[in-house]
Ligand binder design. Structure first.
Ligand SMILES: Nc1c(C(=O)O)ncn1[C@@H]1O[C@H](COP(=O)(O)O)[C@@H](O)[C@H]1O
Length: 165
């Protein structure tokens, strides 16, 4: 029997300071009632834990990993190199370079080690969660239904507020 509460998505981030950016991803997954976990895992500061996390993710039943990191953001790529799960990278806005460093560190992967790179900041985190849900929805019709509803409500909300003057 499959455990309905076992996490399907792992949200990881290089530092606790990334939580504010990554929290909206967790909120979207909550909204869709997707079991997930949120952990600090760093390629730089906790390399062994990162390797363990990446290697164990698939056997533990995770299906997608969303990895947020800022600055020299090596976490998504290093995790991708040690798992066959889809890894979605969220560049966290850095103080020094506004997240451009994070974006470039995540996006420019060598061929053979894929990371799906999202936008800088919380929009990237939100879309990372929605992409994770779309991936899960490929084999879960009930999730596909929820995604249709989500899009419809979003469109209706924008249309209801479309007249500005
Ligand atoms: N980019 C990485 C990695 C990594 O890629 O492994 N580990 C931590 N960091 C980043 O360092 C920034 C500053 O971290 P602190 O706020 O803890 O100094 C964070 O945005 C984190 O993602």
């Amino acid at each position: 029997m499959t455990d309905k509460s076992a996490p399907l998505v792992g949200i990881i981030m290089g530092s606790k300071s990334d939580w504010e950016t990554m929290k909206p991803a967790s909120e979207i997954l909550d909204q869709f009632e997707i079991p997930h976990e949120c952990r600090v895992v760093s390629a730089h500061r906790t390399p062994q834990w990162m390797a363990e996390y990446a290697e164990q993710a698939e056997p533990r039943g995770l299906e997608v990993i969303i990895a947020g990191a800022g600055g020299a953001a090596h976490l998504p790529g290093m995790v991708s190199s040690q798992t066959i799960l889809p890894v979605l990278g969220v560049p966290v806005k850095s103080r020094a370079l506004n997240g451009l460093d994070s974006l470039l560190s995540i996006v420019q992967m060598p061929g053979g080690v894929p990371v799906g790179t999202l936008a800088i900041g919380d929009a990237g985190a939100i879309n990372g969660a929605l992409l994770a849900i779309r991936i899960l929805a490929n084999s879960r019709p009930e999730l596909r239904e929820k995604l249709h509803e989500f899009q419809q409500v979003q469109t209706e909300t924008v249309m209801e507020n479309s007249v500005l003057k």
